[in-house]
Design a protein around this ligand. Structure first.
Ligand code: MLT
Ligand code: ZN
Length: 415
């Protein structure tokens, strides 16, 4: 394991690895959900945690230049002190790094209104396998000179280059936020509320969903005191000018109540933070209950959510695999958790059959098998279900162009 402190260190390490045929696995905080940062046998781990500085806050142009090891939450707090806003907020934001977010094109609840990491990356300084340092992208708002390699690197899961500096776009901090907790006694009604809210031409900044099992798991460790008959909840946030969002929040609450929900508004920052803390605890709580669970990350067009939820229930009954569902319903992004012991051969066989059926239904509805967690190791066996031969060939060609010796994060993405 190596801990570079400068771009020059990274370049020296990459050159050494290239000359000696040592595979290199770049690593941020290791919070990824598909195993992208997991070193396979014989690899050198390139930890970016010491390159964690905020280098420049460019207030005139609303950008910030950072090193990859900076923690997402720290970046958010630092820019917010100056009235700026960095929206991507993965659930692990208090410990994941921006470099990891860039590698995985991380999303998060606020992606619904504000987009994902890729929408904020303007420039990347990176080291290529072999040690060359390249500067990609522009610091201006516009720029169309040549191919957009920045966009290609974001989400490439550490397989093409190692980012050493990243310039991100910022927004002005929204004036105000209203947070609503809507509790449903009917699962499909919660799914229907999602498309009704968006059809009403309201784009909340978050529209999060948790099913009964997910609620029960969090209640065990962080009790909110929710009633036993709650089948699903939506955590909805609108932001902007105080007057406008008051009206929008009222409309959202009406839509949910017409579908039978009990709608409550967070009274202050403490109540809001508490709700979000519970939401961010879903994944860790499920790991506590089932340490070897499998965690999926499907996305369907948002109006297909009720249909997808019904299919998930059917698949669970057919295969006998317990499923827990939650996630970014506004994006159509559901984290389907298979509560199995994946190291148990019998259980894995059943779970694999369930995963294949889940992916088949997802793709049939016009969706994708991963919205924000990437392919890494865990989804590599399934990539062919979504990406066809010719397209996979293009991707492999790009990998080969950047990394002809297959030094950088080998064994990831491609089966
Ligand atoms: C989340 O939304 O909580 C994260 O993506 C992590 C997870 O899927 O469990
Ligand atoms: Zn998520």
């Amino acid at each position: 394991m190596v801990w570079p402190e400068t771009t020059k260190h990274v370049a020296q390490i990459m050159k050494y690895a290239d000359e000696n045929g040592i595979p290199v696995v770049p690593r941020g905080a290791g919070t990824g959900m598909s195993g992208g940062a997991v070193p396979l046998g014989g690899s050198m781990v390139l930890s970016m945690e010491k390159m964690n500085r905020l280098l420049e806050l460019d207030t005139g142009n609303l950008t910030v230049l950072v090193e990859p090891g900076i923690i997402n939450g720290r970046l958010q707090r630092e820019v917010e002190e100056h009235g700026f806003f960095y929206p991507p907020d993965p659930a692990s934001m208090n410990f994941c790094t921006i470099g990891g977010n860039v590698a995985e094109n991380a999303g998060g609840p606020r992606a619904l209104k504000y987009g994902v990491t890729r929408d904020y990356v303007m420039q990347i300084e990176a080291v290529l396998p072999g040690g060359d340092i390249v500067n990609l992208g522009v610091r201006t708002h516009k720029g169309v000179v040549g191919y957009d390699i920045v966009r290609l690197l974001v989400g490439s899961e550490g397989t093409l280059a190692v980012a050493t500096k990243i310039r991100l776009k910022l927004l002005p901090l929204p004036e105000d936020v209203v947070t609503l907790l809507c509790l449903f006694t009917d699962l499909e009604a919660a799914g229907m509320a999602v498309s009704r809210i968006v059809s009403a031409k309201i784009v909340p900044r978050t529209l999060e969903f948790m099913d009964r099992e997910a609620i029960k798991a969090v209640e065990k460790f962080n009790p909110l005191g929710l009633a036993d008959d709650v089948e699903a909840l939506l955590l909805i946030e609108v932001d902007g000018h105080a007057e406008t969002i008051k009206k929008e929040a009222g409309k959202v609450a009406d839509i949910c109540m017409k579908l039978g929900a009990d709608a409550r508004m967070a009274e202050d920052d403490a109540a809001r933070n508490r709700l979000w803390e519970c939401r961010r605890r879903v994944s860790p709580s499920l790991y506590h209950l089932c340490p070897r669970k499998m965690s999926e990350d499907i996305v369907v067009p948002r109006d297909m959510i009720p249909q997808m939820l019904t299919s998930l229930r059917r698949i669970s009954e057919d295969t006998g695999v317990r499923l827990v569902n939650y996630g970014h319903a506004g994006d159509g992004n559901i984290h389907v958790n298979l509560m199995v012991d994946r190291t148990d051969e019998e259980e894995y066989k059943k779970a694999d059959a369930a995963v294949r059926e889940i992916f088949k239904v997802t793709l049939g509805l016009g969706g994708t098998i991963s919205g924000e967690h990437g392919v890494g190791i865990t989804k590599a066996p399934y990539i062919g279900m979504e990406v066809k031969q010719r397209e996979l060939g293009l991707m492999k060609g790009i990998k080969n162009l950047f990394d002809p010796k297959n030094i950088l994060n080998p064994g990831k993405i491609f089966p």
